[in-house]
Design a binder for this molecule. Structure first.
Ligand code: FE2
Ligand code: FE2
Length: 277
């Protein structure tokens, strides 16, 4: 199957028609045959304005998949659910947990804009599961990503709440999307809070394949050390990844490092860009 992936929200704007806007966040429109899926919704709902400018019709999106419950990926869901409610929301049940960030002496909420009950009352169908799920033919979510590499860990600035207690967010809800394309496996990453390498190793285990054709999204390498970047590059080499779409939370230093290591295989993501796999 051939997939078209259009970036509706990202931190930067790609070349394209006038008026496109970026924001710290991510939203991809994924189209294949008769399926139309949104992977994340950015933070404010401007993904819908960008879609209009790009002539991307969102009236027949059948599924919205959320990579995790942070506002920069789930925030636009509120506006989308005002536009229409005839869609399935897919994700991990913990996307609805309270989410916070504690940094520079203050703590702020960075979770979902709408609760589960409100969405259900509006008529949105929920498909929440902790494991991998088939979203459609050739489209699968990874489910919970096992922490297995040893060199990737979750930053303690992120908090969640379980049974009334605030604790470091384990990011049980963090997941990626796997597309089985004509060119091979393509992995769409949200924020990769559980680690890009952990996510890719999980994808390999789920697909049973030793190669990954392309990855794109947030690689979450903002504060990565030189040693960690080396290890990530080794994993990318190991899976023989041909196209590496970097954006959102990948981090400037990581983009520079990966570009140096992989040359033209690395491409920047931006609002208005469409790629086909
Ligand atoms: Fe996040
Ligand atoms: Fe993010």
């Amino acid at each position: 199957m051939t997939f078209t992936i259009t970036t509706l929200v990202e931190n930067t704007v790609y070349m394209g028609p006038k008026g496109l806007k970026g924001e710290h966040g991510l939203s991809f429109l994924i189209q294949a045959d008769d399926r139309k899926i949104l992977f994340d919704t950015g933070q404010t709902g401007i993904f819908m304005d960008n879609a209009e400018i790009l002539n991307a019709d969102l009236s027949d999106v059948d599924t919205v998949v959320l990579s995790h419950g942070h506002y920069d990926h789930a925030g636009g869901l509120e506006r989308f659910a005002e536009f229409r409610t005839d869609f399935t929301l897919a994700g991990h049940p913990d996307i609805f947990c309270k989410k916070q960030i504690s940094a520079l002496g203050s703590t702020r909420d960075i979770g979902m804009p709408v609760d589960r009950e409100t969405l259900v009352a509006k008529g949105v169908r929920l498909s929440l599961t902790s494991g991998p799920a088939e979203i459609g033919p050739g489209i699968m979510s990874t489910g919970e990503v096992p922490m297995q590499t040893g060199f990737e860990s979750i930053e303690p600035v992120f908090l969640t709440e379980k049974e009334g207690r605030t604790l470091p967010d384990p990011f049980t809800d963090d997941q990626a999307l796997i597309l089985d394309t004509v060119r091979g496996t393509v992995v769409i990453l949200g924020c990769a809070h559980r680690g890009t390498a952990n996510t890719l190793m999980h994808v390999a285990a789920l697909t049973g394949k030793t190669k990954i054709h392309a990855i794109m999204g947030g690689l979450h390498l903002g504060g990565a050390s030189g040693e960690k970047l080396k290890q990530i590059a080794a994993v990318i080499r190991n899976f023989d990844i041909r196209h590496i779409g970097v954006g959102h939370c990948t981090g400037h230093k990581a983009v520079a490092y990966l570009s140096h290591e992989f040359g033209d295989r690395v491409f920047p993501i931006g609002v208005g860009q469409s790629v086909k796999f």
